[in-house]
Design a protein around this ligand. Sequence first.
Ligand code: IPE
Ligand code: IPE
Ligand code: MG
Length: 231
Amino acid sequence: MSTLKHIAIIMDGNGRWATKRSLPRILGHQQGIKAVRDVVKACAIRGIKTLTLFAFSSENKNRSAKEVSWLFKLFLGALKQEVKKLNKHNIRLKIIGNMSLFPTKIQQTALDAQALLASNTGLTLVIAANYGGQWDIVQATAKVAQAAVAGDIKASDINVENFSQYLSLANEPNVDLLIRTSGELRISNFLLWDIAYSEFYFTETLWPDFNEAELNKAVDNFNQRNRRYGE
Ligand code: IPE
Ligand code: IPE
Ligand code: MG
């Protein structure tokens, strides 16, 4: 059995959860925040090192202006509301993605929350917001190119190890388990580089219905996998 250090989740199905109940999509997103709380707590208790949650993809900004502004509002509200509790549980927060898209108020709240929680030593909670796996590889490549131009690294010395230090998840353990809810069997431009040897778990459960018991099912399933790494 390999140890489980890093879980990443594509939290999908909020809209369908609401539509099934004839509710506006935003109520599905609101309910999804409850599932986030449950799963963060369960991971902290289990001693997981890193939990990376896909909250908003680079493509999600193409949704209706109304839905996008609601999602921003919910994100800001949750950040403000949860930061004290995260601190109490010794949780560190890291937000990855191109935050420049977000209203300045959200950017500032995100910076403040990360600073407040920076020295915590328990679970690292990574929130991917306006994140795209392709964007991540491109921004890392731009930094490596800059370092090469500045003479800090030779092009011929670039390798998998030092390149990965420029990615958003540098310094985090490899993603062991990638979960996607709602029955879709795709990555949707979430982590690309970082899932090279992750185990995948797909469930039909919609994200607002996901909870500790669902997480336990995914972990039990992971524990039965035989990871061979090509050997
Ligand atoms: C996931 O739920 C949350 C975000 C992408 C922000 P969706 O909003 O994609 O819900 P479905 O997939 O339409 O049901
Ligand atoms: C992926 O879900 C993004 C998040 C869960 C934040 P989407 O609902 O945006 O993905 P597609 O459109 O089904 O591929
Ligand atoms: Mg979706």
